[in-house]
Design a protein around this ligand. Sequence first.
Ligand code: ADP
Length: 538
Amino acid sequence: MASILPPGIDNATFQKILQELSEIVGETNLSRDGLSGSLEGPHGQRTYGDAYVLQPENGRDPSAAIRPSLVSEVQEIVRLANKYKFPLWTVSRGKNLGYGGTAPVVRGSVILDLHRMNKIIEVNEEYAYAIVQPGVSFFDLYNYVQEKKLKLWPSCPAIGWGSVLGNTLERGFGYTPNGEHTQQQCGMEVVLPNGEIVRTGMGAMEGSKTFALFKGGFGPSIDGLFYQSNLGIVTQLGIHMTPAPEHYMTCEVSVPKEDDLPFLIGTISDLMRRNIIQNSPSVSNVLRQCFFSRDPKVAELISPYFGKGCIPENILSEAQKHMSCGFWKAQFALYGTLEIVHASWLAIERNFSKLPGVILWRKEATHRAGDFLTTTDVGPEEIPHSGIPTLDPLQLLGYRGPGGGHTCFSPILPPSGRELYAWYLTAKQRTIDAEFDFFADFHVYARYVIAIELVVFAPAEGKRCDELYRHLLEDAVQQGYSEYRTHVDYMDTIAGHFDFNKGALRKYIQALKDVFDPNGVVSPGKSGIWNSSISNGI
Ligand code: ADP
């Protein structure tokens, strides 16, 4: 008898389903209980589900997991799901850790784990794009480019073991000038919930030579329907990359005081709108700088507070003095020719020097003028502005206790810095009241800021972290903001914020769901998208 069953399926039927799933992919690629077979998680585990549980009462455990390696197998699996009406939950590599990992919204869903579909279908050096399957990680793509000595810098997020395709579909981002992954996506292949295959954009033309070159195609574009979605299973995706530059400079700008944040953010976003800064700066606060400092005195100052509430502000001020750093630090890079990079730096210096006490720092690549840079000329950095993948930030997660994890509160704000500062002050106070530390991981773009607050928690603190999250959300909504991405526990709530004209957008998407997935077999509840027959829908 299976311990967890898909909703509405009895044990005898489930055993029949498992038998038929096994016939599609072979027994070794089926986990009959979801307790093994995933890629290795942050604590070395290979079980499916959420590694960092916030609401244990939801019990978001899967009933089983299946790992196809072919598109035709994916088609057979969705057809079987329709035959027996059981829910699947799609993941590519399942590393969406701060947002629920591989945990489904609906308990008892069968995880459709695509990590074995790991072909790099094409890398085009001349036009700087790649076409990848779901299982291709940022490490895989980077290593491929290195092995073939291609003049390309693929983008990579803070942690490199995730899926290029999965991260893009979640609206994730990296740090090269092509780091806004949804903007760089060009062409998709999708298995629809009825098993049919669709290619988007120019890919819809049989034998197309421009699949990954022109996103538009002809007529309406539908790529966006598959972002953070359950309207299909994406099996291929084209992504644009940064051509290796001739010259490169890593840059840091630090401002001394907490209330200098509006100046810092406003100046960065203005320079981004003018294309002087080309990649998204990552902005950290003193607390985050403490964790990345290798100075033993800093560790001595903060470590007595680990696992005991939050690190007090006077200790953080002392650490700031000791590190001689600013309260806020923005890290970014410049890419181009020697002349362009130097001219951009001059403009950056001129704009930021208006603030007394600002600290400007830069490091230039040294190589023969006129050559294209390899990332090995640059070397690994704290933030992968050159796209070199790393797992280092995972080390942070254990500081409040063994088995620790994180979640991200990820609101979208305007980029002047004024709104960000007002939001930050309330969010910081909420975080202190809940006895957690405020890790700023703000990402600045030309016309918005993704103001990520990273909350690190020990397993026993999940419930308190959930309470904090709800407060952060209430405050943000009162200020007129919501999130761009969220944990599986909050998907309905966030979807409910998008309520213009009585939720017309959500109703439109639901109508598409009803047409293309009448049995609701693909990832029910993803991003608050349900069939109209389901009571906890709209
Ligand atoms: P990563 O390993 O890059 O973190 P995941 O595999 O965890 O990415 O996927 C993140 C989320 O993106 C999943 O929970 C799922 O909702 C969505 N997703 C991932 N892969 C696909 C896919 N191939 N088709 C449709 N949605 C997907």
